[in-house]
Design a protein around this ligand. Structure first.
Ligand code: PLP
Length: 423
């Protein structure tokens, strides 16, 4: 095989960056070698529009088996009645759900992006905010916790067709039962986007949304530790609330509407290599060793949050129930942007993030978001979280002092050396 020297040199450099650095971006993780092998497999060559057993192309008998296994494992992992494993990403999964459930101009109610929500939950720069009419709920300024009274008040006033819960930067569990109650009163469907904590939810470490929410979406590459991709789940299939029927007069179930919204609604051919990798990742997530991993992710996040609090950092909501935390740096006199840049110089990767009621722009921000999913995959434990917090604190105390940043970088490399990634 002739290697593309330029690209493979860059990929080697990227591998080295990942090996040497401390990866604290809450949405990232390190997929296993077998997940990456499946993602880089011959299944990339296969066109398979449609679903297993109902394809628009020949030669699909083997990818049919692969996709069926992926679906069955996803159902087992999340205790779901139905799954579609084809969405190319989390955004695609949400787009398909909205296409299936909404008409352009319909009202939707989502968690405010500037409080920790996601672009696809109604942001004006995203399809969800352009095609539909978005309303938002946020967190309370005094507690940093979801303002459920506000959610209820807006839902009953605006009567949206869909209420979306789930977040990109919220460190606490959700009251899905309450949201469902409100939705029933308002006549809305509930979509739970569990992209971030889905691995922890799958293993029973956070409240399960499937018994409460009509539809659940997730990415497969965050805490779930699979390939980049999306997934749609139904705890229980149900008759569509709009009375849609097939030409034969059969009532369409939600699962049929969602399948059609993925393909041909929003996507062409499924990525069967990624579906193979999802199947492998779901298999891993069902294992005892993943259970231990998920528990450790939470313990590490709690240890890290406590260590930050001890050093005088302001964690939004005062702690974490999941794998991440959002830190308001305003009392430390450094912006999120400056903190991100200084930490990157020390080979510590985090992302700047708006904090609720932020007075800075999304390009500057007052906060950083930190997650423990990736460092836990390396095998790090609570005491290493304390070391990491000490290193971060050193950088943020003197972000412009090159000597001190260099010293931290050396410590980072000696720590990561002890936890090799892809041997
Ligand atoms: N939903 C949530 C809550 C997310 O945090 C993300 C990604 O960060 C997405 C959806 C989008 O996922 P993707 O980047 O795979 O499109």
């Amino acid at each position: 095989m002739k290697k593309d020297k330029l690209i493979f040199k860059l990929l080697d450099e990227e591998q080295q960056r990942q090996e040497e650095g401390l990866e604290l971006i809450a949405s990232e993780n390190f997929a296993s070698k077998q997940v990456m092998e499946a993602a880089g497999s011959v299944a990339t060559n296969k066109y398979a529009e449609g679903l297993p057993g109902k394809r628009y192309y020949g030669g699909c008998q083997i990818v049919d088996e692969i996709e069926t296994i992926a679906i069955e494992r996803a159902k087992q992992l999340f205790n779901a009645q139905w799954a579609n494993v084809q969405p190319h990403s989390g955004a695609q999964a949400n787009a398909a759900v909205m296409l299936a459930c909404l008409q352009p101009g319909d009202k939707i109610l989502g968690f405010d992006l500037s409080h920790g929500g996601h672009l696809t939950h109604g942001s004006p720069v995203n399809f969800s905010g352009k095609l539909y009419q978005p309303f938002f709920y946020g967190v309370r300024q005094d507690t940093g916790l979801i303002n459920y009274e506000q959610l209820k008040e807006v839902a009953l006033r605006e009567r949206p067709k869909m209420i979306i819960c789930g977040a990109s930067a919220y460190s606490r569990d959700w009251d899905y039962a309450f949201i469902r109650q409100v939705a029933d009163e308002a006549g809305a469907l509930v979509l739970a986007d569990i992209s971030h904590p889905s691995g922890l939810i799958a293993r029973g470490l956070l409240t399960d949304p499937l018994p409460h929410c009509h539809i659940v979406t997730t990415t497969t590459h965050k805490t779930l530790r699979g390939p980049r991709g999306g997934l749609i789940l139904l705890g229980k299939d149900f008759e569509n609330p709009w009375g849609l029927k097939t030409p034969k007069g059969e009532v369409k179930m939600m699962s049929a509407l969602l399948d059609a919204a993925v393909f041909p609604g929003t996507q062409g051919g499924p990525l069967e290599h990624i579906i193979a990798a999802k199947a492998v990742a779901f298999g891993e997530a069902l294992s005892d060793s993943y259970m231990k991993y998920a528990l450790q992710v939470k313990l590490n996040a709690q240890a890290m949050a406590n260590a930050f609090i001890e050093k005088g950092y302001n964690i939004i909501s005062g702690g974490t129930d999941n794998h991440l935390m959002l830190i308001d740096l305003r009392n430390k006199n450094i912006s999120g942007k400056a903190a991100e840049n200084a930490l990157v110089n020390a080979d510590i990767t985090v992302n700047k993030n708006m904090v609720p009621y932020d007075d800075k722009s999304p390009f500057v921000t007052s906060g950083i978001r930190i997650g423990t999913a990736a460092v836990t995959t390396r095998g790090m434990k609570e005491k290493h979280m304390e070391q990491i917090v000490a290193l971060i604190d050193d950088v943020l105390a003197n972000p412009e002092d090159e000597h001190s940043v260099k010293k931290v970088r050396k410590h980072v490399h000696s720590l990561t050396e002890k936890f090799p990634l892809y041997k």
